[in-house]
Design a protein around this ligand. Structure first.
Ligand code: NAG
Ligand code: NAG
Length: 301
């Protein structure tokens, strides 16, 4: 964006006679803005970044959560490429949803680091997730947690760092990339380690057996006023519900099956399986805007 404003300024000052130079500038401007958008993690719109659109079935961004105050679009970048997309609520410091394509896991251990998003501290910083500890070494004395949750927020909170996009639905290095704090929410430990984990592994079996590709959305519904509080500061919203939705397709990208689920983020440890339409009705309770399609054509054949 910045480059384009600059470019139109320059080209405006060039007299009509110098059209070739102007064309060069326009091309340069296009190139620079492409370079810029292709490199960024925090982007204006997912639609501006072709590489970030492949996480949405037929490149349709879900009609949910777009009006969330303080929401930013993240194309999650790790070791030089994108791995999934996140609509992140910088006020509640949890995601509205994460969007990804399922990949069979090839094993490998758990990533030991927890990443933060440098561009949520300062837009001029590197366009790739980074271990908060090392980011602090690069930029000493700058607080990283203004617009995102930090690892320390979760320590001794009584909540798990519950993955939205689960590491078990990916192969390395996408698997590592799920260990970013913009992809986790304060999750009841019992739910995270029992019913929700089992639900995720049932989806793994379904996706492996039936689907050529599976597009998945996983989101959180923030609570009205339930937070992880550190030093008297409301740091991370503890969501009331987690939900997910999938669209399973064949090798011609034709829908085979869809489904959804929702769970209260409590000791109840219960995941309610829903049809996609039922999830839409569920989500509608939490929004004044009409909930539209979560997947292209509601994942109907
Ligand atoms: C991913 O995580 C595994 C397990 O911790 C680690 O061995 C591997 O080096 C990581 N890969 C990258 C690219 O960081
Ligand atoms: C962002 O970082 C740049 C380069 O380190 C610095 O010049 C600028 O002041 C920073 N902006 C803010 C808002 O901190």
């Amino acid at each position: 964006m910045g480059f384009c404003f600059g470019c139109s300024g320059w080209s405006g000052t060039i007299r009509a006679g110098l059209s070739i130079r102007m064309q060069t500038l326009v091309i340069l401007c296009g190139f620079l803005s492409l370079l810029f958008s292709a490199r960024a993690d925090v982007v204006e719109r997912f639609e501006d970044v072709p590489d970030c659109m492949k996480y949405f079935y037929k490149e349709k961004v879900p009609e949910w959560g777009a009006h969330t105050p303080g929401a930013v679009h993240l194309c999650q970048r790790f070791v030089n490429r994108y791995h999934f997309a996140t609509l992140y609520d910088t006020n509640h410091r949890i995601a509205v949803y994460a969007a990804y394509q399922f990949e069979p896991s090839n094993g490998g251990g758990r990533e030991k680091r927890w990443f933060v998003e440098p561009q949520l501290v300062n837009m001029t910083w590197q366009a790739e997730m980074k271990d908060g500890y090392w980011l602090g070494k690069d930029y000493p004395g700058i607080y990283q947690g203004e617009k995102q949750a930090l690892n320390e927020d979760y320590t001794h909170s009584g909540f798990d760092r519950g993955h939205l996009n689960p590491n078990g639905h990916h192969a390395v290095p996408s698997r590592n990339a799920t260990f970013t704090l913009t992809n986790v929410v304060p999750q009841n430990p019992k739910l995270n380690q029992n019913a929700w984990r089992i639900h995720e592994s049932q989806l793994t079996d379904l996706f492996r057996e039936k689907c050529s590709k599976a597009f998945v959305l996983v989101g959180a519904i923030p609570s009205a006023d339930n937070w992880i509080i550190k030093n008297n500061v409301k740091r991370v919203n503890i969501p009331d519900y987690l939900w997910n939705a999938y669209c399973c397709v064949d090798n011609n990208d034709r829908p085979i099956q869809s489904g959804a689920a929702a769970a209260r983020n409590t000791e109840d440890n219960w995941v309610e399986r829903l049809a996609l339409e039922e999830l839409g009705e569920f989500l509608q309770q939490f929004s004044n805007q009409p909930v539209g399609e979560l997947f292209y054509n509601n994942c109907r054949a």
